[in-house]
Write a protein that binds this ligand. Structure first.
Ligand code: ARG
Length: 599
């Protein structure tokens, strides 16, 4: 189906024009994007400069020729189903800027695309695996997991929304040396009642107690080591206890995921890959990619990168020394890296993805660089077909600029954080809307509270650290989720009062007020915004888009009466309210945030 969105009609036509002038050009690079500064136009194409340079042409002269070809095509109009007036202009060294001519049939074109909210399905759709959240068994999910969970969930929703095939996999940490201590603790000091009350807290307590005991008494450490060996060699009793610990942890993870509205297609924890690990190591050794070193097995640099870019080297006192990736410990145990290699191999063989995204904090960046490089040496063909991306993120800080913790210095549990957010928003709702029924106020408080925590996390550039602030995140003004939710209810209310939009009336309506035009043009960019979110894995683009949209809507609503206007202006304005409400709601949905009907 041909597109009806102005920017895509423009892009198609521009590609044809470039093809006519320079048949050798790679037309995929010719992209039309919103103009960064609306003073210069609505859309912009910057690709011609690069193409001209490659072909050794003068960029401005080339742009002029392309523009002439573009105008010939525009006049003949035969290449697009809907005519959209575009006024082009050459700027700077050879950019093309375009301004939508609102007197032409912009509005019908825009509204024809409105059913899909100005989004075009990805062509071709890609298969994308998203690895996110991935907490560790027997440990509470803490604020550090909130970023992976909110970012990962938003990204998977954005990919799906554009028609990509998405597979989400929660790579939980359900294996490792900590289980030796946990098993000893379970045998000697388990408090059944506490376990029933709050399993993860009790498991955490067991681990701490055992850790301290091990430090005081080496025989206790030896006990833990033996329990671990028994577990690893398949001792049924230890396996049963270990499985129970996983089950109990999963129940608590699921409670939080339920509250956050997060689901996974698969939860294949680290232990799932245990049977593969000996083979992974043997194969890497046989291929000469890994070798023994001081009793352990490790992957070293292959010297193919300059030292500065080589993750297998570190600089110590001005000298580059090896920083290998360990894949087998000297006691025969396997490493995080070994499991990740097996996991990557499994994912590619099972799902044949075009892309795998790991949403994991930036401190693990060296791990992922080593993982991707090792995999490329191990399975070059599979690696060449699959784009591997570590989507890193920064820390959450407290007021003091240090990692966010409780007053006593403990890590803050995610469950408690959500409780507090909801309590705080409950107070606000109770104060502002006492007339609403209790159940409604409780629902609003949950949606607003949880949404505020998520939005605060999604709004900053993901690589920056941010300071956690209750007051900022729950404010009804400024770039916050309560503000967006509120604007969404406001726009929705107008539509409910004004009745459904009669589309037949729209054909004769042309926006004339500046505020109408600005809002309409901005709405058209929703799909492009999602495309850039997906391209760079940056949800903050969507947050900022929605915030700007809410601002344009407010200005429009102040300047242009809706329900009191005569036809066809009334219908046009009602359609703008309707589209704003739907785009805000959809955008919030992709951020993983609910939109209450009243607030
Ligand atoms: N469980 C790990 C942690 O909490 C994160 C796992 C991320 N995913 C992966 N494939 N390594 O640090």
């Amino acid at each position: 189906m041909p597109s009806s969105l102005p920017h895509s009609i423009l892009e198609q036509r521009l590609r044809r024009a470039v093809g006519e002038v320079l048949p050798s050009a790679n037309l995929d690079t010719v992209q039309v994007r919103p103009c960064p500064d609306p003073k210069h136009g609505d859309y912009q194409c910057t690709a011609l400069i690069g193409l001209a340079k490659q072909a050794r042409l003068n960029p401005r002269a080339f742009a002029q020729e392309v523009l002439a070809a573009y105008q010939r095509l525009q006049q003949s109009g035969g290449d697009a189903s809907i005519e959209v007036g575009m006024v082009p202009e050459i700027a700077g060294p050879g950019f093309l800027n375009f301004r939508i001519d609102v007197r032409t049939s912009l509005l019908p074109a825009a509204l024809a695309g409105a059913d899909r909210l100005f989004c075009e399905p990805a062509r071709p759709p890609r298969t994308v695996v998203v690895d996110f959240s991935s907490p560790n068994v027997a440990k509470p999910m803490h604020v550090g997991h909130i970023r992976s969970t909110t970012l990962g969930d938003c990204l998977q929703r954005a990919f799906r929304s554009l028609g990509h095939r998405v597979i989400t996999d929660n790579h939980i940490g359900d294996w490792g040396t900590q289980f030796g201590k946990l098993l000893v603790g379970w045998r000697h000091g388990l408090d059944r009642a506490a376990l029933e009350q709050d399993p993860i807290a009790e498991l955490e307590r067991l681990y701490r107690t055992e850790n301290a005991a091990g430090e005081a008494d080496p025989s206790r450490l030896e006990m833990a080591r033996q329990e671990l060996v028994k577990l690893q060699s398949g001792d049924p009793e230890n396996l049963a206890v270990w499985k129970e610990m996983i089950r109990l942890s999963q129940v608590q993870f699921d409670a939080i995921y339920g509250r956050l509205g997060v689901t996974f297609d698969h939860t294949l924890g680290e232990s799932f890959y245990n049977p593969q690990l000996p083979e992974v190591v043997a194969d890497l050794m046989a291929r000469g990619i890994a070798r023994e070193s001081e009793g352990a097995v490790a992957v070293f640099s292959d010297g193919s990168l300059p030292p500065k870019e080589d993750p297998f080297l570190v600089n110590r006192d001005g000298e580059w020394v090896p920083d290998p990736a360990l894949i087998r410990k000297s006691d025969g145990g396997f490493n995080y890296m070994t499991t990740d290699l097996a996991t990557l191999d499994h994912r590619i063989r099972t799902w044949a993805p075009d892309e795998i995204i790991y949403v994991v904090d930036d401190r693990q960046a060296p791990h992922f660089r080593k993982l991707f490089l090792t995999f490329a040496r191990w399975k070059p063909e599979a690696a060449a077909r699959t784009r591997l991306r570590h989507i890193g993120f920064g820390k959450i800080l407290g007021d003091d600029g240090r990692p966010f913790r409780t007053r006593s210095g403990d890590t803050i549990r995610l469950a408690e954080l959500l409780d507090e957010a909801v309590e705080r928003s409950q107070r606000l709702v109770d104060e502002k809307r006492p007339e609403l029924p209790d159940a409604t106020r409780r629902q609003i408080a949950e949606t607003v509270g949880v949404g505020a925590v998520k939005y605060q996390d999604l709004l900053p550039n993901r690589q920056s650290d941010y300071v956690f602030s209750w007051d900022k995140m729950l404010a009804l003004t400024g770039n916050t989720s309560p503000y967006l939710q509120y604007q969404c209810t406001r726009a929705g209310k107008v539509v409910r009062e004004g009745g459904p939009v009669d589309r037949t009336r729209l054909a004769s309506a042309v926006p004339t007020e500046e505020a109408e035009i600005v809002l309409l043009k901005y709405l058209l960019n929703y799909g492009l915004t999602l495309e850039s979110v997906v391209a760079e894995c940056r949800p903050n683009y969507l947050c900022n888009y929605l915030y700007e949209l809410a601002g344009h809507y407010s200005r429009f609503y102040e300047a242009c009466p809706v329900l009191r206007a005569g036809e066809p202006v009334r219908t046009l304005r009602l359609a703008l309210c309707d589209l704003t409400a739907r785009v805000l709601q959809d955008g919030l949905r992709i951020l993983g945030i609910g939109a209450p009907e009243v607030m």
